[in-house]
Design a binder for this molecule. Structure first.
Ligand SMILES: [Zn+2]
Length: 476
């Protein structure tokens, strides 16, 4: 059974019209660009054509060029259009990401056309227009538990780009490790609990520039006031009880605030283009604070009633610092019903109603509810897992909708989804197997209109592309 090459795309595009024409694969020899924003897209196509043994070169005005990159001021930077006739392929966009996304889509169609071998390969003619459902399409990776090499991080970024994920949230610190070369805590380099890796400043810059080339922005995370065990092992004087520093900063010690601000300065310098800085803010325990004379004194002085309120005051201070530096703060949604300033983005992870609880306060929301989008959860019962993990199949990821039943209530606050890969049970070599089976389902959930989604049609397209060698190409 041969499907039209216009019907194989993942994520499924917004509109497709067929014109009944055919363009033979073997006629594709030259491309020409009329937009300097198509450079990354050109590179993608040239390496694809080399891979399938049908070299593609840049042609001049004298060559008959079959692939043309055209600027289109009507299209936004992530939007794209492809028009295929019996003579040529025209690719239109308003910006660099759009051209690259169109090149990815064209590669999928070309892989599908090549199923029967190059002699019989043709593209079906027609026009495709595509645009994203959500402007924020995130993915979080956790190097703080198990470390990922620079090569793995780059591989992850290029896979994200293939499925149009445009935001990479990097959970760089936790109880188990501090993964950045730092002038403030140099003694933590290479001292992870599960393994010893860390990123030098040079490596971070390399990753930042690789992500930018793939149209991906990075959100670095410095988790606080909990999940801070590793850094407190080097600075126990910043915990409530320096003989048992635990995982939480002392909220009543003014030095904690000053110290964290210096760390944030270092991170912001390392990520100059990062608009959003993530401050963590999740799962802090109050037990050390309850027993600490400094925390109790601070509670009294601020006329607050509970340690959660003191935590709120502490985190609010940190968000004000980020705003004063010209960035946007982001935090994990709190389980304790605390309210944070409106300009702080909150990442809902606990349950599907969390965005509804946040919406009346006006904070923007990122949707990462764990039962739908935690990629460390096993896709099948055979995978390694912990007792707290649910099973998360590809279909489960696919069916995720950040609005659930509440599109009207959440329309003004929902930025988009973010899938999270925590790594307590996932060493470096298991990152790609965890990612790939479910990433294309997630890409469609983040990019495509709900009305266009159909799981069984998705499964058909995925099987078709898999059989055509597309996923093999992505893995290499
Ligand atoms: Zn304290």
């Amino acid at each position: 059974m041969r499907y039209s090459t216009l019907s194989v795309l993942i994520p499924v595009p917004r509109s497709v019209t067929e014109n009944g024409e055919k363009l033979f694969f073997r006629s594709l020899r030259f491309f020409r660009s009329f937009s300097e924003k198509s450079l990354a897209a050109q590179e993608k196509l040239v390496s694809f054509f080399a891979y399938v043994g049908n070299p593609l070169s840049e042609g001049g005005p004298e060559e008959p060029c079959q692939i043309l990159f055209q600027p289109d001021p009507q299209l936004r930077k992530e939007e794209w259009k492809i028009r295929i006739t019996s003579e040529k392929i025209e690719i239109f966009s308003g910006g660099e990401p759009g051209f690259s996304y169109a090149a990815e889509a064209l590669m999928q169609m070309l892989f599908a056309s090549l199923r029967e071998g190059p002699r019989e390969a043709w593209l079906d003619g027609g026009e495709i227009f595509d645009a994203p459902r959500f402007s924020y399409r995130g993915f979080m990776l956790d190097p703080a538990r198990h470390f990922q090499s620079v090569a793995t991080v780059k591989k992850v970024l290029s896979l994200l780009a293939a499925f149009r994920i445009n935001t990479f949230h990097w959970h760089l610190t936790d109880n188990q490790a501090w993964r950045l070369e730092s002038a403030i805590v140099p003694e933590l380099a290479g001292k992870g609990t599960l393994d010893g890796g860390f990123y030098t400043k040079e490596e971070v810059r390399e990753i930042v520039s690789f992500a930018a080339k793939n149209h991906i922005g990075i959100i670095p995370e410095l988790d606080m006031p909990g999940h801070s065990g590793k850094i407190l092992s080097a600075h126990p004087e910043l915990a409530c009880d320096s003989s048992h520093p635990g995982s939480e900063y002392c909220l009543g010690n003014p030095q904690s605030r000053e110290f964290i601000k210096r760390l944030l300065d270092e991170i912001m310098e390392l990520f100059p283009e990062s608009r959003i800085i993530h401050l963590g803010g999740d799962e802090a325990e109050t037990s050390a604070w309850e027993k600490c004379p400094r925390c109790l004194a601070s509670l009294k002085e601020k006329k607050l009633k509970t340690m959660r309120e003191l935590e709120n005051a502490f985190m609010t201070d940190m968000t004000r610092y980020i705003v004063s530096c010209g960035r946007t703060p982001m935090m994990w949604g709190t389980c304790s019903g605390q309210v944070y300033p409106k300009d702080t983005v909150l990442q809902a992870w606990l349950d599907i109603r969390e965005p509804l609880r946040i919406a009346p306060h006006g904070n923007k929301v990122v949707y990462s509810v764990h039962t739908s989008l935690y990629f460390d959860y096993p896709a099948s019962p055979a995978e390694p897992q912990e007792s707290w993990m649910f099973e998360l199949t590809e279909k489960g990821v696919y069916m995720t909708d950040p609005f659930i039943l509440w599109e009207k209530e959440l329309a003004n606050v929902m930025l988009g989804p973010e899938a999270c890969l925590w790594t307590e049970t996932v060493p470096d070599w298991r990152i790609l197997p965890k990612l790939l089976p479910r990433l294309s389902a997630y890409g469609e959930c983040a990019w495509s209109e709900n009305s266009k989604k159909d799981y069984y049609d998705f499964a058909r397209r995925k099987a078709y592309l898999e059989a055509a060698g597309y996923y093999e190409y992505l893995r290499k």
